[in-house]
Design a protein around this ligand. Structure first.
Ligand code: CTP
Length: 401
């Protein structure tokens, strides 16, 4: 369940070839649990039909025909009053101009003028049109009125040229909607730092020692915190994942770099999801180790324990109000986790039984027991990493209260 669940989203679709992407966006919003009402402009209808949207949202899509129907006199007001957000994606230069100047000559722009909910636009147009002083002025006007602008992106344009004007991808628009809806969430105004992924400890310029961590649990936590309104910094090792929209990303590789990224930080909460190395090569070869030199003897040394260094008992300066750790254990789950809870100065540890095939690294689910500093514990059933992230985020909000 994301923060879109149960939300009423009005999706305006205007006349751009990117309108086909709006069908995907409507589908993604619906799958995330939102009630999606689509309003097509006349030009939007030239690219995609109302039926396309009705098929993915399960609700009727509105067009300018509805301006002259029985309920016309209330529709343009009621749609924008009951919605949690009006999203216009794609939003053409023409619609941007109408919005900026209060022109209300179709159902969508009428609705926008009457709307009391937040408005988010995803511009889509040719690069020259986007760069035009008129569009840039309109953009500034809209932003000064708190209209959220997502994109446009650089890339291939329908004109065959390249430039800035492409609508951003539906998944990214969705991320912007989630971040905007989160603003009133339980973690609004709070700063949360999440670490994610397996660290990489160099042996030489081409080889590293690493682990199987995918970063999924950490990325899910960063997204859940954004959904709840937090200002999120995600300190991540290289992963195959797309970072959540709205997170400030800090890229690191080794334990040392991750620790370095944390040393100058303070936050309301620190969530150490990263699988940080315990050992690292004592000496890193400057040049690539060659086969002809024989099998190398690699001496390891202890890597710094990040949690103990920044939050452990005895650390004088308390820079994080709530500290959450993870314990990946293959045996004696609760004993080991509760020892880590104490020795690392944690408020909460998520103990994860990685001996089960459906939990731990690189799978979609986790079987977690939450242990708290006050001695209480909560067994979570087998759940997706997204659900686990939401649960942990709820506890962080509670602990911060
Ligand atoms: N951790 C850390 N610094 C390290 C290693 C781990 O801060 N160098 C953090 C992890 O991010 C996690 C918690 O400590 O939140 C527990 O990690 P885990 O690997 O389970 O425990 P270790 O302390 O490394 O102990 P062991 O590997 O012996 O189980």
């Amino acid at each position: 369940m994301s923060n879109l669940s149960g939300k009423h989203i009005l999706l305006g679709v205007t006349g751009s070839i990117a309108a086909y992407k709006a069908a995907d966006l409507a589908s993604k919003l619906t799958q995330a649990g939102a009630q999606v009402d689509v309003i097509l402009t006349g030009a939007g209808e030239q690219f995609v039909t109302p039926l396309t949207f009705q098929s993915v949202t399960g609700r009727r899509a509105y067009t300018d025909q509805d301006l002259w129907g029985n309920e016309a006199h209330i529709m343009h007001v009621s749609l924008g009053k009951t919605a949690d957000m009006l999203v216009i994606a794609p939003c053409t230069a023409s619609t941007m101009a109408k919005l900026a100047h209060g022109i209300a000559d179709n159902l969508l722009t009428l609705t926008a003028l009457a709307a009391t909910c937040p408005i988010l636009i995803a511009p889509a147009m040719d690069g020259g049109m986007f760069d035009h002083p008129a569009t840039q002025e309109n953009l500034k006007t809209l932003q000064s009125r708190s209209v959220l602008v997502a994109g446009p992106a650089a890339g291939h344009l329908a004109s065959g040229l390249s430039g800035v004007g492409r609508m951003i991808e539906p998944a990214e628009v969705l991320g912007h909607i989630r971040a905007a809806l989160g603003k009133k969430g339980k973690l609004a105004g709070k700063k949360v730092i999440v670490t994610a992924g397996g660290t990489q400890e160099a042996l030489d310029p081409v080889r590293v020692i690493t682990n199987h961590s995918s970063g999924k649990q950490g990325y899910a936590l960063a997204q859940a915190a954004i959904d709840a309104g937090a200002d999120v910094t995600l300190i991540t090792t290289p992963t195959a994942l797309t970072p959540p929209v709205g997170a400030k990303i800090v890229n690191v590789k080794s334990v040392q770099e991750m620790l370095g990224a944390l040393l100058n930080e303070s936050a309301d909460a620190l969530v150490m999801t990263a699988a940080a190395a315990d050992f690292r090569p004592k000496n890193v070869a400057k040049e690539k180790m060659k086969k002809r030199d024989g099998i190398p003897q690699i001496e390891l040394e202890a890597a710094p324990d990040i949690l103990k260094t920044v939050a452990g008992p005895g650390v004088e300066q308390k820079r994080f109000n709530v500290v959450v750790g993870f314990a990946a254990e293959s045996q004696a789950l609760l004993e080991n986790a509760s020892e880590k809870l104490k020795s690392k100065g944690l408020d909460l540890i998520a103990a994860n039984d990685i001996s089960a095939t459906d939990a731990g690294f690189a799978v979609e689910t986790n079987r977690i027991t939450l242990l708290f500093a006050d001695g209480t514990k909560e067994n979570l059933p087998l759940m997706s990493k997204t659900e686990a992230a939401e649960k942990i985020t709820e506890h962080i909000a509670r602990l911060l209260e």
